[in-house]
Design a binder for this molecule. Sequence first.
Ligand SMILES: Cc1ncc(C[n+]2csc(CCOP(=O)(O)OP(=O)(O)O)c2C)c(N)n1
Length: 351
Amino acid sequence: MARDAKKLKPVKEFKPITRSDELPLDAERLRFMHETMVKARCLEERLIAMYKSGHGYFWIGGPGEEAFNVPLGMLIKKGQGPAFDFCHFHYRQSATLLAMGEEPLGAIRQMKNTSTDPYSGGRNFAGHFSKKAWNIVPVSSPIEVQYSMVIGTAMAQKRLGGDAISIVTGGDAGTAEGDFATCLVWSSRPNEELPVLIIVTNNTWGISTPYDQVQGVERISDRGVPFGMRTKTIDGNDPISAYLELKEAFEYVRTERKPYLVEARVSRLYGHSSASGANFSTVEADCLSLFEERLDKHGVRAKAEAKRLREKYAEAYAELARQAKEEPFPDGATIWDHVYAGEPGKDPLAD
Ligand SMILES: Cc1ncc(C[n+]2csc(CCOP(=O)(O)OP(=O)(O)O)c2C)c(N)n1
């Protein structure tokens, strides 16, 4: 659905750092951020192309959120168990996984629903990641349940001590559900505060429902204020600002062991999902193109080089899709794998 402009008022405090002459991050980091954003965009565009050519049943993903999701992935302390960060993500997080070092082939296999899909063995939607080795909890299709679940891992981390935290992401519309309120209450109990980085990516849409017809608050971050937690609304279309703001939030949660609610304003560049057509939006800010303008202007990466990278990854991922096309679908006999602990009908604690 096209519209003229976002009805949300612009946030005055968005730091103008990226409009100054000096970029406040080193060139190597900026180039990594840009290349990872390119990878994420090319991956999502490949997944959309697969859906449109009949090599997948449903697409949903994160094009338009790369400027926020890449810095997020760069700051996560990845590993398995409570001494590492726990990630309770939603379905728009491919750029975060790539920034953490994930290979793109898994997402392509999940799109094609092959048995080789490392996240669900070919049985879940696109963008439904899970990775035990990095504490990436399986993405849930019923939205928002992750905001209740994050409390559990954060409690374990609080008891353990150390600096690992639990991170939860979800969209603006989903915050209307009770799980979000549960998260605010349980993460902020006096003297029992939990190390949770609560993130809401606000693209101003819930499928086709506009933000300003549903939410009475101007900023979702304000929902955390009555609970005494630190809150901030940040510019999720600016990767430098997002990196610096997130760094501060991570440091606070790691050291204070208390919650921090971040609302990131982002774009939704290909609509909600394949259910709404998955066509490029010309009325929303494109964080990748905007970043490329700035990198070129500051001599960090020329536009021609950025274009070359886009072509390189577009072709590389087309090749991965050709590879996945030849791989088998899951065998019917594996239908119960990973559904229950142990075997169906057998007491999981019996052995
Ligand atoms: C419990 C539940 N209710 C409804 C849906 C259908 N649904 C899927 S995505 C979505 C909108 C989510 O919007 P938002 O939370 O803003 O996240 P976005 O997809 O825009 O990032 C809805 C209503 C669902 N999957 N689960």
